[in-house]
Design a protein around this ligand. Structure first.
Ligand SMILES: Cc1ncc(COP(=O)(O)O)c(C=O)c1O
Length: 404
C-alpha cells in the first residue's frame, strides 16, 4: 500500500460521527442538520432538462480538455463575471467538481524530490488541501485565520524558511468556514511572495456567487489582472457549479489561469482519466450561460442569513460573513472553548447538528484556530434554519453547566 495513505487525517464528518456515537438526541425535537455544506436548494429545471436532452452523447469518449462550446462557456462566464478575456484554447479546463481538481492539482504541481516539499494551507480549511499535499509527498504548513484579523489568513506568520520550501499555496476565498473574501492588498502580498519563492497558487473560489455585500467577491484572476499580471503566472483558479447552481451531484467545475501549468495539468488528467461526461458538459454549458437562477439562489441565502444571524448574535460571537453559506460562530466563554462538547450537548438536548470548529483546523503555532467556534451551514430551508437558531438560543440561554 502507498505509505502516504497512513498520513491522512480522519475527515471532519467521521470525527463528528464518533463524537455523536452513543448519544441519543432528544426525541422531542425533529433533527435539523447545519453540519454538511451540501446545497439543498432545488436544481433549476433547465439544467435537468439540458442533462436529459444530452443523453445521445453517451456513445463517444469525451476529450479531457472538453468540447469547444464548453470551454467557450467558461471564458464567457469569466468575461461577464470578472471582465476577463481568457483564451478558451489554453487558459481553461473542465473538472469534475473542484474537489477532485484541487486534489489532482497538487499531484501535478508538487515535486516531492525537492527538499522539504511544502504546501501552505489556510487554517481552518477544507481538508482536501491537506490530503492533497500529503499524498503528493509534501508536508502541509497551516497559516491561521482568526477573528482579530477579520479572518484574513495571516500570510506574514509563515516563516521565511517555510516559504523557501513552499511549492503550492491554497487560497480559499470566499473562505470555508470563515466566509472571508481576500482583498486586493493580500493578493498583492501573495503574488510578490510567489514571484520571490516560485510557488504556485491554487485559488479555490467555489463560494464566489453566494455573497451578502453589494460588491461580488474579488476573484484571484481578477486580482491578478488588476495588478497587471495578465499572464496569470503561477496562478490557477478553481470554480464549481455545485454551490452556484445547486448541482453538487453533477460534479462539474472548471479551472482557469496560467496556460503553462494548465498544459501540465491536462497531461496529468489525461492519464488520470478525468474527462467530463458529454452529458454533464451539455448541462454545464446551460448552467454557466444563465445568471437568473444564480441571482435567485443568492436571494434565498440572503433571506435566510438575514433571518438567522440576528437571532444568534445575542448568544454567539457571530456576524454576517462576506460570502459563502456558513456562519462561523464563537461559543460562549463558559463552555471553556470546548466546541466538541458544545456540539455534542446541542445534539443531545436539541437534535441540532453543528460542526465543531476544531475539527476543521489543526493545532499549529501552539493553537487551534477552530477551537471555541462551530460551523453552521445554512443550507436547509429558511424555516428549518430559523428553528435551529431558536433551539440554539434556548440551548445557550438555559445551559448553565460547564460543558464536560
Ligand atoms: C472550500 C471548498 N472547496 C471545494 C469544494 C468542493 O466542491 P465541489 O467538488 O462540489 O466543486 C467544497 C465543497 O464543500 C468546499 O467547501
Amino acid at each position: 500500500m502507498n505509505p502516504l495513505l497512513s498520513r491522512l487525517q480522519p475527515y471532519p464528518f467521521e470525527r463528528l460521527r464518533q463524537l455523536f456515537a452513543g448519544v441519543t438526541p432528544n426525541p422531542a425535537y425533529a433533527p435539523i442538520s447545519l453540519g454538511m455544506g451540501e446545497p439543498k436548494h432545488a436544481t433549476p429545471a433547465f439544467i435537468r432538462q439540458a442533462l436529459a436532452d444530452a443523453l445521445k452523447g453517451l456513445e463517444s469518449y469525451p476529450a479531457t480538455a472538453g468540447e469547444a462550446p464548453l470551454r467557450a462557456a467558461f471564458t464567457g462566464w469569466l468575461q461577464r463575471r470578472y471582465a476577463l478575456a481568457l483564451d478558451p484554447a489554453t487558459q481553461v479546463l473542465p473538472v469534475n467538481g473542484s474537489r477532485e481538481a484541487l486534489f489532482a492539482f497538487a499531484q501535478t504541481v508538487i515535486d516531492p524530490n525537492r527538499p522539504a516539499a511544502t504546501v501552505v494551507c489556510p487554517n481552518p480549511f477544507y481538508q482536501i488541501y491537506e490530503g492533497a499535499a500529503l499524498l503528493a509527498g509534501a508536508n502541509a504548513w497551516y497559516a491561521p485565520s482568526v477573528a482579530s484579523r477579520n479572518f484574513a489568513v495571516d500570510w506574514d506568520s509563515v516563516p521565511e524558511d517555510v516559504w523557501r520550501h513552499t511549492q503550492l499555496v491554497f487560497v480559499c476565498s470566499p473562505g470555508n468556514p470563515t466566509g472571508a473574501v481576500m482583498p486586493l492588498d493580500e493578493w498583492k502580498k501573495l503574488f510578490e511572495l510567489s514571484d520571490r519563492f516560485g510557488f504556485v497558487i491554487a485559488s479555490d473560489e467555489c463560494y464566489s456567487e453566494i455573497y451578502f455585500r453589494d460588491e461580488p467577491p474579488l476573484g484571484g484572476l481578477q486580482a491578478a489582472a488588476q495588478l497587471g499580471r495578465t499572464d496569470y503566472r503561477n496562478l490557477v483558479a478553481f470554480t464549481s457549479l455545485s454551490k452556484r447552481s445547486n448541482v453538487p451531484g453533477l460534479r462539474s467545475g472548471f479551472v482557469a489561469g496560467d496556460a503553462a501549468i494548465l498544459k501540465s495539468f491536462l497531461l496529468y488528467r489525461t492519464y488520470h482519466g478525468s474527462a467530463m461526461s458529454p452529458v454533464v458538459q451539455a448541462a454545464s454549458i446551460a448552467a454557466w450561460g444563465d445568471e437568473a437562477h444564480v441571482v435567485d439562489n443568492r436571494a434565498q441565502y440572503r433571506e435566510k442569513f438575514a433571518q438567522v444571524t440576528p437571532l444568534l448574535e445575542p448568544v454567539l460571537d457571530v456576524r454576517l460573513p462576506d460570502a459563502s453559506f456558513y456562519l462561523w460562530a464563537g461559543i460562549p466563554a463558559r463552555f471553556g472553548g470546548d466546541d466538541a462538547a458544545f456540539a455534542r450537548e446541542l445534539f443531545a438536548l436539541y437534535n441540532v447538528t453543528v460542526l465543531p470548529g476544531s475539527f476543521l483546523a489543526r493545532e499549529s503555532l501552539d493553537f487551534n484556530p477552530g477551537k471555541g467556534r462551530v460551523r453552521m451551514a445554512l443550507v436547509a430551508p429558511t424555516a428549518e434554519c430559523v428553528q435551529a437558531a431558536q433551539r440554539i438560543v434556548e440551548f445557550v440561554s438555559s445551559s448553565t453547566t460547564q460543558a464536560s
